[in-house]
Ligand binder design. Structure first.
Ligand code: NAD
Ligand code: UDP
Length: 320
């Protein structure tokens, strides 16, 4: 039977890929977005599909969706440090009020809701890799606090709705994910490095570049999130690729793939920038039967190719 799925933040990077895959699997999709960091262009190729609807809405304000809703993917939130530092109040508001409104929709409709949480709830971790049982090391009054605490609050609220109102909820903690439709200027490491390498500009590595991240291709992430949607587990469950590398290695790799002459230059490290990050994915394997499949070298090549096509004026369609 066709499900009707509401995707908040559906015109964003991850949201647009989720909409696309849900439609491919036969679901109907209502995407809600205020376009503060996403754009209608990300889902333009879906607009001819009668099962797809894009609505402009700020989910931090009360909203409702007419008709049945079987599932809610709550993905609305600025996600890149540059974006959330530019919009600190909006980030806290969408994590708190936006999550409340999405949960109210799920409650009213009897829908399962999956919250997009983040590895940032672990802060600058003192446990490595990070299992879901780790409580984290977050500075609530540091610059990143607006995002980290919004997501920590969103997790607590989601669990409270499950316990107090019996709403069927799930929480995924998403680790650094990349792929087509990231904004070239969103400020995250991969789009920055790729854009800079393709333009022949210096590639800006922060600090000495020894800090690590673990990077996941978007198709793997989408599969993990949709498995969580189809499950009944409350989470939180980490979804990410344990492939860990330093930012200096990442920059060098991207320069090589882009066949660029860009030099690497070192810039100031952001305050409270986590030193290491790697998901423990045992729970995702056990509960969802999920682990990432796409090799990082191929994924970086496709992503560089997509950014190159964009720079040459192609529409923001899928990578494949
Ligand atoms: P993105 O900025 O591309 O997408 C976020 C979308 O939410 C955008 O389309 C934006 O316009 C929309 N939005 C923001 N505030 C809104 C509001 N008040 N009302 C309606 N729409 C609103 O970012 P993304 O990388 O696709 O991230 C999507 C979600 O996944 C976010 O919740 C983010 O915290 C989470 N996440 C992403 C990553 C990652 O690596 N990409 C990692 C961890 C968590
Ligand atoms: N980073 C960098 N150069 C850039 C942008 C980011 O070296 O141009 C670093 C950033 O300081 C961090 C890492 O890359 O150490 C990952 O940053 P990103 O913003 O992609 O993700 P997050 O910090 O949210 O994990």
């Amino acid at each position: 039977m066709t499900r009707r799925v509401v995707v908040t933040g559906g015109a964003g990077f991850l949201g647009s890929h989720l909409c696309e895959e849900l439609l491919r699997r036969g679901d109907a999709v209502v995407a809600l977005d205020n376009f503060c960091t996403g754009s209608a262009g990300n889902v333009e190729h879906l607009r001819h599909d009668p099962s797809f609807e894009l609505r402009e809405a700020d989910v931090s304000l009360p909203f409702t969706v007419d008709g049945p809703v079987d599932a809610v993917l709550h993905f609305a939130s600025p996600a890149s440090p540059v974006d959330y530092l530019r919009m600190p109040i909006e980030t806290l508001t969408v994590g708190s009020h936006g999550t409340l409104h999405a949960l109210e929709l799920a409650r009213e409709k009897g829908a399962r809701l999956v919250l997009a949480s983040t590895s940032e709830v672990y802060g600058d971790p003192e446990v490595h890799p990070q299992p879901e049982t780790y409580w984290g090391n977050v500075n609530p009054v540091g610059p990143r606090g607006v995002y980290d605490e919004a997501k920590r609050y969103a997790e607590a609220l989601t669990l409270a709705y499950r316990q107090a109102h019996g709403v069927d909820t799930g929480i995924v903690r998403i680790f650094n994910t990349f792929g087509p439709r990231m904004r070239p200027d969103d400020g995250r490491a991969i789009p920055n490095f790729v854009r800079q390498a393709l333009a022949g500009e210096p590639v800006t590595v922060s600090g000495d570049g020894s800090q690590t991240r673990s990077i996941c291709y978007v198709d793997d992430l989408v599969e993990g999130v949709l498995r969580m949607l189809d499950a009944s587990h409350p989470g939180p469950i980490n979804i990410g690729n344990p492939y860990e590398l330093s930012m200096r290695e990442l920059a060098e790799w991207i320069v090589r793939i882009a066949e660029s002459d860009s030099p690497i230059t070192f810039i100031e490290r952001p305050v409270d920038d986590p030193t290491v990050r790697q998901p423990d994915t045992l729970l995702a394997q056990r509960v969802l039967g999920w682990s990432p499949r796409v090799g990082i070298e191929d994924a970086l090549k496709w992503t560089v190719g997509w950014f190159r096509d964009q720079a040459n004026g192609a529409p923001p369609l899928s990578a494949a």
